[in-house]
Design a protein around this ligand. Structure first.
Ligand code: BEZ
Ligand code: FE
Length: 306
């Protein structure tokens, strides 16, 4: 149903937009002015397009108030909202333009923790978290194919019950670690075969997903953040080929290039490092990482000269 408005009404609405936009003209920070004026234009366009009712405006305020109330040091409902609206992935897209064969980025998520334990090559990042063992290995290279030794690789994932360590209240650190690539760019570690899990959905974002018939489930994944001097920081995940949720990840994070085979191995099959899997099946996956140069290395002419 389209709602037609008179030319006079349209002019009145347009005039308000111009007045509000002009109110930011005096901002001394140019970027802040651009952001606020564009925000006003798009927000008003939304209100006018849907002919927002006062009841709906009140519901939106109540929704944001609930999001504020549930947010604390451990729970960030606003990021979750950004995630399920695809806004987080759009910010990732805008800030990680394709560069050669550089590995694609995806959403960061709320469960990264600074100062995760350091593990040596081949060690286990599970630290007692429950789940099936997975051997993960690969290399870190630049877009010319040169190995990048000493790249810092942060890895974190949920346990088989779908929870990150920080979602438990006992202060545990598990299923997260950092390690460094070796002289030939190689890296390897034991982790857990990722399983699907729901994003926190006991708050207003979960209620919204339910109201629109959307699932809170994320496709099974293992998070990576890779940093090396002179290279663009890569925040990404690998996804498990065959996972039921690849096509309907609740935060739109799946990219074809990030779907990897987690090959299944019988318990009796020897592991790459001779580890005894105590009679349990295990999986293995390969993830070769390619880092793009840092922005100032991509456009050397834009570097400031003294
Ligand atoms: C995650 O992958 O950890 C995540 C991403 C977005 C929202 C919630 C969780
Ligand atoms: Fe995750």
């Amino acid at each position: 149903m389209t709602h037609t408005i008179s030319a006079e009404q349209s002019a009145r609405e347009q005039e308000l937009i111009e007045t509000v936009v002009a109110s930011f003209e005096g901002a001394t920070d140019d970027r802040l002015r651009v952001l606020m004026q564009a925000l006003v234009r798009h927000l008003h366009a939304f209100i006018r397009e849907v002919r927002l009712t006062e009841e709906e405006w009140n519901a939106a305020i109540a929704f944001l108030t609930q999001a504020g109330h549930i947010t604390d040091d451990r729970r960030q409902e606003f990021i979750l909202l950004s995630d399920v609206l695809g806004a987080s992935m759009q910010v990732v897209a805008v800030n990680n333009e394709a560069y050669g064969d550089a590995t694609e980025a995806t959403v960061f998520g709320p469960f990264f923790v600074n100062d995760a334990p350091l593990i040596a090559s081949g060690e286990d990042m599970a630290f007692g978290a429950t789940g099936e063992a997975a051997w993960v290995e690969g290399t870190v290279h630049d877009t010319d194919g040169n190995p990048i030794p000493g790249a810092r690789i942060e890895v974190w994932e949920a346990d088989e019950d779908g929870f990150y360590d920080v979602q438990y209240t006992d202060g545990r650190t598990a299923a997260r670690a950092h390690l460094f690539s070796e002289a030939d760019g190689g890296y390897r570690f034991w982790g857990l075969t990722p399983t699907p899990y729901p994003i926190p959905h006991d708050g207003p974002v979960g209620a919204m997903l339910e109201a629109v018939g959307r699932s809170p489930m994320r496709a099974s994944h293992l998070h990576f953040m890779v940093t090396a001097p002179g290279f663009r920081t890569l925040v990404t995940h690998i996804f498990v080929n065959g996972c039921d949720y690849l096509e309907r990840d609740s935060v739109f994070g799946v990219k074809e290039s990030l779907i990897k085979e987690f090959t299944r191995h019988a318990a009796a099959e020897p592991t790459p490092d001779g580890r005894d899997t105590a009679g349990a099946e295990w999986t293995s996956a390969r993830f070769d990482i390619v880092l793009a140069p840092a922005a100032d290395e991509q456009h050397p002419e834009s570097k400031e000269t003294p």
